[in-house]
Design a protein around this ligand. Structure first.
Ligand SMILES: [Fe+2]
Length: 278
């Protein structure tokens, strides 16, 4: 296998990977090291079964998938398939299930049908963001925590944004400087879509501080875009990286991506977000 960096801060394209390489422990160790180093791995022109996508997740996070992780091949991000997640609209930057006590550590999307050009998926590094904050800003959030929720956050330009509609939105409070469970590096744990507030300060101060953090986190020149083709696999570290996307039109070109996120927390029916409207 060979890897080529895709940007200065995150992402690498891997060539020479096939699903069969998952039977080779050396190849698995190599992939795992690339995953922790680059945060986002891209493989193009890949044949990948759903079972292979699940196995790859276990290899990269170095643990077995928990009982909450769906084993069925039923989870799609698509503007074509019935009952898909996020079928249209723009997604603000976020980490999947950031509002859970144990957010998932990995997300992967495999493109089963894409008619280019369609909307990319966009990534930023939360590891880079933490080190780019500067001493003053870092000192102002040192030891502070933020509350994250699966709903109710409305911030910035909401044009085209998918709103989540949650009956009983789960929330969690976590340090703004979260330690990554494998690499030990601090990541900036706050996002525009799900972070409600910094809990130790007033609402106004919290929002002003979050705006400063987001200005560093979402600098346009550090964003990595992946432009989809059928047969693409993109797998990313859900703690070291946030993802989002521009608007997807329901009637636009086909964009069907098979999703695995792992490990998934066990959720009650009321805690599962449903998509309201864009
Ligand atoms: Fe997501």
């Amino acid at each position: 296998m060979e890897s080529t960096p895709l940007s200065p801060d995150l992402g690498a394209e891997v060539t020479g990977f096939t699903e069969g390489r998952l039977d080779d422990p050396d190849a698995c160790a190599e992939l795992q090291a690339l995953f922790d180093r680059y945060g986002v791995l891209v493989v193009r022109d890949l044949d990948l079964t759903h079972a292979g996508q699940l196995r790859l997740a276990e290899v990269l996070i170095q643990k077995e998938l928990g009982p909450g992780t769906p084993r069925e091949d039923r989870w799609y991000i698509s503007n074509r398939r019935e009952r898909s997640a996020a079928p249209f609209g723009r997604l603000q930057f976020h980490a999947d299930m950031m509002w859970a006590e144990q957010p998932c550590e990995l997300v992967s999307l495999y493109a089963v049908e894409v008619e280019p050009p369609t909307s990319p998926t966009t990534f930023v590094s939360t590891t880079r963001a933490w080190s780019a904050l500067g001493d003053d800003l870092r000192a102002r959030i040192d030891g502070r925590h933020a509350r994250h929720t699966a709903g109710e956050v409305r911030r910035g330009d909401m044009t085209d944004v998918i709103l989540t509609n949650v009956i009983n939105p789960p929330t969690t409070v976590k340090p703004l400087a979260l330690r990554h469970p494998r690499t030990g590096q601090p990541v900036l744990y706050a996002c525009e879509q799900m972070t409600k507030a910094i809990v130790e300060v007033s609402d106004d101060e919290s929002e002003a501080l979050l705006e400063e953090l987001f200005a560093v986190l979402y600098q346009p020149h550090v964003q990595l875009e992946h432009h989809w083709r059928t047969g693409d696999l993109v797998v990313w570290d859900n703690l070291a990286v946030q993802h989002g996307r521009p608007n997807v039109a329901e009637q636009g070109p086909a964009r069907t991506l098979r999703k695995v996120a792992a490990p998934m927390p066990v959720l009650t029916k009321d805690e599962i977000p449903t998509y309201a409207k864009a």
